[in-house]
Design a protein around this ligand. Structure first.
Ligand code: F6R
Length: 614
């Protein structure tokens, strides 16, 4: 949700900034901009819409712009102010000497703006960020020290921010700081990079330092000074980033989403690796610090998450309750944070987040931590804010996910819940040994079954083509696959913009059935097991109302052929593990429908991958 980049060194800055923004485009694509310092003048270049528009502007003046060896850049997901050029970052002050890029929300921007306007500041945009530019300019006028100006400015700001600032009079310096928004500094040979996220810098350096809240870094081509909010000097904690630049390539696939769907068999292998070694060996989760006593004293588990991660958490509820006999509540993090929650030291609170930076989930787990709960984070980003603040961690190892629509990270989260539940069941001795071993075996052979689905996509493509004209779509399931229905519907609506809803099949007759007619596709998720016959009856009820019936099943039952217009098959699988297989055809269905409709699959409208505002 907005991405920022910065470069200072001896190379031309603009290509590095544009490359960085390209790799951060998943964070927003409403507008983009860069600021550079050329011959002692700060110059801003901005464009509304996709990054390509900015690239075209820069290209036209390339010979001039590439002279700068310092610059900052921004990619925007609009919060305050429409996605126009004037609202695009970087923002500046009256004299044009300051340039600021910002990720986050300045909550007290109205009061600040009113005050600054009274002091003579002229605002050009409707953004909250422009207040920071004016504020830094006024502090710099008093102190003649850019670091101090930024420090003083941030003391007046309420809200969340990652900021990068340059000033015309301090031409070899970038100052950056953060509070509740991610920011890291990449370290090269006599050069530094700044970014909201690793993909922006990984092709240039693997050496980096993450900033913590309220820390301020001042960069010149040859130095990095790092202080806390009270001006105390800090020792940089330099890390080697565990990512490879190849993760940012489509590897021959048309879209990142398709590539990431196809990576899922290996993602499962990676998640299991080192944690599930053999069916008769105990699961090891090295970064889970809950011991036998902690687990015995737990009387409840509360899971908080958003979007796709919430659906993975809902699968997790079924698995943990089944194997561990502990009550699990799952709630959207955005709901959890605005009421009195009954969590305490006997509640394990699990936060699930691909990015580890989702603002609602961060707030939810922080609130729970303050109430004494043990915080366990399931995340794809062990370098994220959530991971760094966690008591226990389950890193899901899906690799960088570029497509805005989450696929492989969902798979990795679901598999992590199986591991976590098995781990707790083994410590608590709450499940039969044979059941544990059976599930472990199923997990080990799951990648081959996913590979089978991926190598027989024809039925899914036929179905996608046939139903791509639908205005609405209903997904039904029961039990452990209800979250699969929700996730299948979410994938379809976010990339094809078809109105899709997931229902528990039993609820259909309590209202939604009124919507059914010959124009409504109903996709039934019919995995063999305890609720198979029930879903079949619910599908008959839908068919009787003339709905266009589609099945996703692992059953060879001949009567399905009379009931369903289209059938997508998956291999035989234990019902308990079936969500991890059933989701794959639904991801592909959404992909092929969106692709057939010519939608922007990897960057669907209005969305951003990392939602860092509440
Ligand atoms: C959907 C999707 C979103 C995210 C949600 C939470 O495809 O990606 O619904 O799941 O924004 O993000 P994380 O998991 O990063 O907390």
């Amino acid at each position: 949700m907005c991405g920022i980049v910065g470069y200072i060194g001896s190379k031309s800055a603009v290509d590095i900034l544009l490359d960085g923004l390209t790799n951060l485009e998943y964070r927003g694509y409403d507008s983009a901009g860069v600021a550079v310092n050329i011959d002692g003048q700060v110059e801003l270049y901005k464009a509304e819409g996709k990054l390509q528009n900015l690239k075209d502007i820069v290209e036209a003046k390339k010979a001039h712009i590439e002279k700068s060896t310092i610059g900052i850049g921004h990619i925007r997901w609009a919060t305050h102010g429409a996605p126009t050029t004037v609202n695009a970052h970087p923002h500046s002050c009256n004299c044009g000497k300051v340039a600021v890029v910002h990720n986050g929300i300045i909550e007290n921007y109205k009061e600040l703006r009113e005050r600054l306007e009274k002091q003579g500041c002229v605002f050009r945009s409707q953004t909250d960020t422009e207040t920071v530019a004016h504020l830094v300019a006024s502090k710099y006028a008093q102190t003649k020290d850019l670091t101090e100006a930024v420090r003083l400015a941030t003391q007046e700001i309420e809200g969340a921010y990652a900021l990068c600032v340059i000033h015309q009079d301090v031409k070899d310096t970038i100052v950056a700081t953060r509070r509740n928004a991610p920011l890291l500094v990449g370290i090269g040979e006599n050069e530094y990079y700044i970014a909201s996220d690793v993909p922006a810098i990984i092709q240039y350096t693997k050496k980096a330092m993450y900033l913590d809240d309220n820390q301020i870094v001042t960069l010149t081509p040859t130095s990095m000074k790092y202080i806390d909010e009270n001006k105390n000097p800090l020792e940089p904690k330099v890390e080697i980033l565990p990512w490879e630049p190849v993760a940012l390539s489509k590897m021959g696939y048309k879209h990142f989403m398709l590539k990431e769907i196809h990576e899922q068999p290996d993602v499962v292998r990676n998640v299991l690796s080192g944690k599930l070694r053999a069916i008769d060996e105990a699961i090891t989760l090295n970064e889970v610090t809950l011991d036998k006593d902690n687990l015995k004293n737990l009387n409840r588990i509360q899971v908080v998450a958003c979007g796709t991660s919430l659906h993975a958490a809902m699968v997790g509820k079924y698995i943990i309750e089944q194997l561990c006999g502990i009550a699990v509540d799952v709630e959207p993090a955005s709901e959890f944070i605005y009421r009195r929650t009954i969590t305490d030291k006997n509640t394990l609170v699990i936060g699930v987040s691909q990015s580890g930076e989702t603002a609602d989930t961060i707030t939810a787990v922080r609130q729970a931590k303050a109430l004494g709960s043990h915080i366990l984070i399931v995340t794809n980003r062990p370098d994220s804010t959530m991971a760094r603040e966690a008591d226990s961690l389950v890193p899901v190892n899906a690799g960088i996910e570029v497509s805005v629509a989450a696929t492989k990270s969902y798979m990795a989260q679901v598999i992590s819940f199986y591991l976590l539940a098995l781990y707790m069941a083994e410590v608590k001795e709450s499940a039969a040994k044979e059941d544990i071993q059976k599930l472990k075996h199923e997990l080990i052979i799951l990648p081959q079954k996913i590979e089978k689905v991926l190598s027989h996509k024809e039925d899914i493509q036929i179905c996608a083509r046939k139903f791509s004209g639908a205005k609405d779509f209903i997904f039904i399931a029961r039990g452990i696959n209800f979250p699969t229905a929700l996730e299948g519907a979410l994938k379809l609506k976010e990339i094809s913009y078809i109105n899709a809803t997931g229902y528990t099949a039993g609820e259909l007759k309590h209202g939604p059935i009124a919507m059914l007619d010959e124009s409504m596709p109903v996709l039934s998720i019919l995995m063999k097991g305890g609720v198979y016959e029930k879903i079949l009856s619910n599908s008959e009820e839908a068919k009787a109302r003339n709905a266009r019936m589609i099945a996703l099943t692992n059953s060879e039952d001949q009567k399905l052929k009379d009931l369903f217009e289209n059938i997508m098959y998956v291999p035989e699988i234990d019902e308990m593990l079936s969500p991890a297989l059933a989701i794959v055809p639904l991801q592909l269905l959404a992909y092929y429908i969106a692709e057939f409709l010519g939608k922007d699959v990897d960057q669907p409208r209005n969305l951003a991958k990392s939602v860092t505002v509440e």
